[in-house]
Ligand binder design. Structure first.
Ligand code: ARG
Length: 466
């Protein structure tokens, strides 16, 4: 078998070396982009008179046929050709002979592979944004039903102050919005055409890169041929954005796991999203949330892999860079898999309002409200904090809650207490007193949900134009 680059060599590649060198097993995924890229390149070669229109038609038709054959399972790739690029070029030459050999004019696999990954990513980034939008929509929908569902807010995983379930979920909405923005921004740098950089030093033929960019829907054309073939920043940026998405998914997963436990009992997962134990009949395990949490490590690993592959690489292309694809594909597929299941798992869970409220009633979540009450009566916050602390300590000793103390007892801590204290320390009143934008009051939450629904609408419109 003669390699496309074989003429300089007097010996065939050792078969173990061939396998070691090959990327076909994973880059075959890029066949569609590779063919589309070749078609656009061919049209540009004809537009600029580098090949004839007749040759262009022959190549483009054959490429279309190859695409069709691959999609219908009629092609078996040949592992002795090291990657998808050489495989498709070989198929093309088999089909149309010498004309097929012209497709690689003014091109190298170095700019070709950079192009293919960029095309792949443009598509996948859009899918990930779509999935994130769906997740946000589900969070907003659940939130709408729970703007007044009181639950404990935590710091240090200790009950801290009352919030609402909608407000708590709203925190995740903000996280996933930022994730979309990060992907949007990354997309701008993915959307740059590297084609025309060739091996590293461009081409002496009169190519028109803008034309190729237009055929392929790229916004910009790279400005340095060395950078175009040696840059994988856009992959690393995507992997960073994906890692942050997984970090967010791992946090919501962790909370689902906690909330579903007997200790919390804030939610119950639907049976169709839980698994049982092979030995303990009572178990209902939150495997999906746990797996999502676990897969976070895997995506971080993908990011670290590529950062390390690229570290200290001299310019321009090096074969090390072939190692970019597996971690990228793995991270994209993992994130999409997690995102495909999270929204429906959330929609299907039962929210146990009563248990959330019960948890609010234990743990002195209204101690800060007591202090704030005194501040309104012109006590300095530090002193008010001290008074409230003493009340908590008294309650712990007496095994009582603050609202159970009578006025006489309260007055022993401060003369300023009057009957309105009981309203001030009621969890609903407390939540609704936090009226500044960003706070948990029902009014705010309703307003923020509306703002976010508008945000989602705008993003959907933007996505259509991407
Ligand atoms: N299979 C290679 C990769 O994925 C394609 C580029 C090869 N270029 C080369 N000069 N050997 O990186």
């Amino acid at each position: 078998m003669k390699q496309l680059w074989g003429s300089r060599f007097s010996k065939a590649l050792d078969s173990k070396v061939n396998d070691f060198n090959s990327s076909l097993s994973f880059d075959c995924k890029l066949y569609k982009y590779d063919i589309e890229g070749s078609m656009a390149h061919t049209k540009m070669l004809s537009d600029t008179g580098i090949i004839t229109a007749y040759e262009k038609d022959k190549i483009v038709n054959a490429l279309n046929e190859i695409l069709d054959e691959i999609e219908n399972g009629k092609v078996e790739f040949d592992n002795s050709y090291e990657d998808i690029h050489t495989n498709i070029e070989k198929l093309l030459i088999e089909k149309i002979g010498d004309t097929g050999k012209k497709v690689h004019t003014s091109r190298s696999r170095n700019d070709q592979v950079a192009l293919d990954i960029r095309m792949y990513l443009k598509n996948e980034i859009k899918s990930i944004i779509k999935s994130l939008i769906l997740l946000i929509e589900v969070l907003l929908n659940i939130s709408k039903d729970h703007t007044d569902t009181i639950m404990p807010g935590y710091t240090h995983l200790q009950r801290a102050q009352s919030v609402t379930f909608a407000h708590h979920l709203g925190a995740y909405v903000e996280m996933f919005k930022r994730d979309i923005e990060r992907l949007d921004d990354t997309y701008k740098r993915v959307n740059v055409l590297p084609l025309g950089a060739c091996a590293l030093a461009g081409t002496p033929h009169p190519i028109d890169r803008e034309v190729a960019a237009k055929y392929l829907g790229f916004n910009d054309v790279s400005l340095n041929s060395i950078d175009a073939v040696s840059d994988r920043d856009f992959v690393i940026e995507t992997l960073s954005a994906l890692s942050i998405i997984m970090m967010h998914l791992s946090r919501i997963s962790e909370e689902i796991i906690l909330w579903a436990s007997f200790e919390f009992k804030f939610i119950e997962l639907d049976d169709s999203y839980s698994t049982g134990s092979s030995i303990m009949p009572q178990k209902k395990n939150p495997d999906i949330a746990e797996l999502t949490r676990g897969k976070t490590g895997r995506v971080y690993g993908d990011l670290i892999t590529l950062l390390t592959v690229m570290k200290s690489l001299p310019l321009a292309y090096n074969k090390d860079m072939q190692e970019d694809k597996e971690p990228l594909f793995d991270a994209v597929e993992t994130v999409l898999a997690c995102l495909s299941i999270m929204p429906s798992m959330l929609s299907a869970m039962t929210i146990k309002k009563d248990n959330m409220l019960k948890a609010v009633k234990e743990g002195f979540l209204n101690a800060t409200d007591v202090a704030d009450y005194l501040v309104k009566k012109e006590v300095a916050f530090r002193d008010a904090h001290e008074i409230s602390g003493k009340i908590v300590s008294y309650c712990i000793k007496e095994n009582k809650t603050i609202e159970e103390l009578d006025m006489e007892t309260l007055k022993t801590f401060s003369k300023l207490f009057t009957d309105d204290i009981y309203k001030a320390i009621n969890p609903t009143a407390s939540v609704n007193s936090k009226k500044a934008l960003g706070g948990p009051s029902v009014g705010n939450t309703v307003q923020v949900i509306k703002i976010n629904e508008e945000w989602v609408k705008d993003k959907k419109n933007q996505l259509e134009k991407m």
